[in-house]
Design a protein around this ligand. Structure first.
Ligand SMILES: C[S@@+](CC[C@H](N)C(=O)[O-])C[C@H]1O[C@@H](n2cnc3c(N)ncnc32)[C@H](O)[C@@H]1O
Length: 282
């Protein structure tokens, strides 16, 4: 039997993925590149190349998983975040583009060349902590997560970026940093309610539930983080937390009730309230 070409397989897979993905052709290209161990540009430069049986079978398996809703990042094993390629697997949340706002807000508050202490609560893949450390090499960055599996991914990610050192610690929120203070504390904690209808989305169903769901109301993790902030912020230090676009008002109240000052919410590139900041007295 004659082998199919790259273009034939791409066209067939894109048609098959179209009902479940808004980026069907791109998905097909990324998955075939993965199966053939090519970069995407190399793949696209060879539309008439026959695909061998092993690569075609591997591609078929990846397309089946994608059409069942698995995130493309898990299938190819990495996701672009900030200036980095972050390795991901189902032990960690796939870093989202809107979370780059946390990195931006943090590095604005970390003077270059100073020995600042930075904490990332719920570090997951380490994306936020590693991005900050890559921009501010003099900062001492600590990442905390309750998931041992996530921390394995985070440590591997940090080790793969040259000249970036992040210390990762396992435990719940403030537990691993008892008695310590930081100049900047960032967090993208779980912030969905347990009955949030978005959890039925097949892509979200593939991600760790502990990375998504905070509790019955959705604000439990942010409330715990806000309540402990003053005991862990250096004078004048900042807490910066990502949240759901409808949670801004509630999060501002949690920050104010916790004694934080200069509380304000910033919008993401889609214009949605996405991150709230507050500061310890100087
Ligand atoms: C929304 S994910 C964020 C991951 C990563 N920071 C990012 O932005 O891509 C939330 C993370 O919080 C962690 N987490 C959940 N409950 C926690 C707890 N009680 N203490 C520490 N981390 C927790 C989860 O394991 C998950 O990695």
């Amino acid at each position: 039997m004659s082998k199919h070409t790259v273009e034939e397989l791409l066209a067939a897979a894109a048609a098959r993925l179209a009902p479940s993905s808004s980026s069907a052709r791109l998905d097909a290209e990324l998955l075939l590149a993965q199966a053939m161990r090519f970069s995407r540009p190399t793949l696209l430069a060879r539309p008439a190349q026959p695909v061998d049986d092993a690569a075609a079978a591997g591609f078929e398996a990846l397309v089946a998983r994608r059409s069942a809703g698995e995130p493309i990042a898990y299938l190819v094993g990495h996701k672009a975040f900030w200036t980095l390629e972050i390795a991901v697997d189902p032990r960690v949340l796939v870093p989202r583009p809107e979370t780059e706002l946390l990195v931006e807000l943090a590095i604005e508050r970390i003077p270059a060349g100073e020995a600042t202490r930075v904490l990332d609560l719920g570090t997951g893949s380490g994306a936020v902590a590693i991005a900050i450390a890559s921009e501010r090499p003099d900062a001492d960055v600590v990442g905390v997560d309750a998931s041992a599996g996530a921390l394995t991914v985070a440590r591997d990610n940090a080790a793969s970026v040259e000249d970036v050192g992040v210390e990762f610690r396992e435990g719940s929120w403030w537990g691993p940093v008892a008695g310590e203070r930081f100049d900047v504390i960032v967090s993208n904690p779980p912030y969905l309610a347990a009955d949030d209808p978005h959890l039925a989305d097949p892509a979200l169903a593939c991600e760790p539930r502990a990375a998504l769901v905070a509790g019955p109301g959705g604000l439990e993790a942010i409330a715990e983080i806000a309540a402990g902030a003053l005991a862990h912020l250096a004078p004048g230090g900042w807490l910066i937390v990502e949240h759901g676009f409808e949670q801004g008002e509630a999060v501002r109240k949690l920050f104010a009730d916790a004694g934080l000052r200069e509380v304000e919410t910033r919008r993401d590139l889609a214009g949605l309230e996405r991150a709230t900041l507050g500061r310890a007295a100087g």
